[in-house]
Design a protein around this ligand. Structure first.
Ligand code: HEC
Ligand code: HEC
Ligand code: HEC
Ligand code: HEC
Ligand code: HEC
Length: 203
């Protein structure tokens, strides 16, 4: 995300020649930076935002530390996202695979270890929740936009998750930032050849 940086520096140059060179250089840079930050191929991203409330969780789980800083794939924890209807929250045993040895002295990890020792899981609260009369399935969407999508790498799965969940990897506690209402779903179906029949989404 260094878009602004180089052009700004270039415009500080006093000599015309230098700044002309700077401009061409910046344009080239923007071109290459643009392709480096290419969008998900074969997809029109859905539009619309939602200002969801902060959800109080039993332990404040930092998505940013895991997904952004340590580059753990979203689907490593949300394993069911690929196969089933429910993406699921990972069991504490999965956390302990790392936290039996990582950051064991931190207060939140001590709290987590207490749950583990009692054989319990923190009671994570739902952040996204569609009404029961709506059908939704992660698998179809992830197959279409990740696994069966030419030119798309699984390492970039988070960019597809972001269509419907926003930039979770920048968040501490997950928050709902996309509307996920009928208009949002239907518009994306129209833009990407998804189904438009009422009965596909409603029983
Ligand atoms: C693949 C390894 C891995 C897994 C699995 C994992 N974590 Fe972490 N977690 C880390 C690393 C690495 C850090 C950063 C540790 C540090 O800063 O010293 C971290 C940090 C944290 C922190 C912040 C600790 C602090 O106060 O700085 C919390 C809370 C946390 N993890 C909770 C969880 C929970 C809950 C799970 C299961 C849902 C989980 N982690 C699963 C690797 C993992
Ligand atoms: C180390 C395990 C771990 C990783 C990696 C991880 N998550 Fe999570 N995720 C959790 C836990 C634990 C929760 C429950 C706490 C919360 O909601 O903040 C959660 C909650 C969520 C929720 C809210 C679920 C609901 O109730 O609606 C979404 C959406 C989500 N994660 C998406 C992602 C995306 C997208 C990525 C990759 C950018 C990702 N997660 C990476 C562990 C993980
Ligand atoms: C096309 C939109 C869309 C995409 C793409 C998407 N999700 Fe979801 N996700 C949803 C909806 C809608 C819900 C709420 C489902 C419900 O309430 O029945 C949800 C719920 C969740 C939940 C809460 C638990 C559950 O399954 O209900 C998690 C965790 C989650 N998503 C993670 C992910 C991850 C990780 C990715 C990327 C690998 C992803 N999602 C991609 C729309 C999407
Ligand atoms: C990013 C764009 C996008 C968004 C957002 C999106 N969908 Fe889809 N959806 C698609 C596409 C494309 C398909 C067709 C996939 C295929 O057939 O390969 C599809 C397929 C489906 C199917 C058909 C599954 C089947 O059995 O054939 C259902 C049901 C569905 N979506 C529901 C929803 C709901 C409900 C929402 C909103 C919460 C939603 N979708 C949001 C793109 C999207
Ligand atoms: C792509 C998926 C999708 C399709 C196709 C779709 N709906 Fe919906 N519909 C939804 C979602 C998601 C909601 C829940 C909205 C919310 O929670 O705000 C909804 C809600 C509704 C509601 C409840 C009232 C409301 O507006 O919230 C009615 C009634 C409804 N839909 C009727 C229809 C009819 C009739 C059609 C066909 C013309 C249709 N839907 C097609 C996804 C869809």
């Amino acid at each position: 995300m260094t878009y602004g940086l180089i052009p700004e520096k270039a415009s500080q140059c006093n000599s015309n020649n230098v700044s002309r060179f700077g401009m061409v250089f910046s344009l080239l840079l923007l071109f290459f930076a643009g392709s480096a930050y290419a969008q998900v191929p074969n997809a029109v991203a859905p539009k619309g935002d939602h200002d969801g409330k902060h959800v109080e969780q039993p332990i404040e789980f930092p998505h940013d530390i895991h997904a952004r800083d340590n580059k753990i794939n979203c689907m490593y924890c949300h394993t069911y996202a690929r196969r089933g209807n429910v993406a699921g929250i990972p069991p504490t045993s999965k956390c302990m695979g790392c936290h039996a040895v990582i950051a064991t002295e931190k207060p939140r990890i001590k709290q987590l270890t207490e749950y583990w020792q009692k054989g319990e899981s923190p009671k994570w609260k739902k952040v996204h929740d569609l009404p029961d009369f709506v059908h939704f399935n992660h698998e179809k969407h992830l197959n279409r936009f990740i696994f069966n999508n030419e030119g798309m790498e699984v390492e970039r799965a988070d960019e597809v998750c972001a269509f419907c969940h926003g930039e979770i990897k920048e968040m501490t506690v997950a928050r709902k930032v996309k509307p996920l209402n009928m208009g949002f779903c239907r518009q994306c179906h129209e833009d990407n050849n998804g189904p438009s029949d009422c009965w596909k989404c409603h029983k």
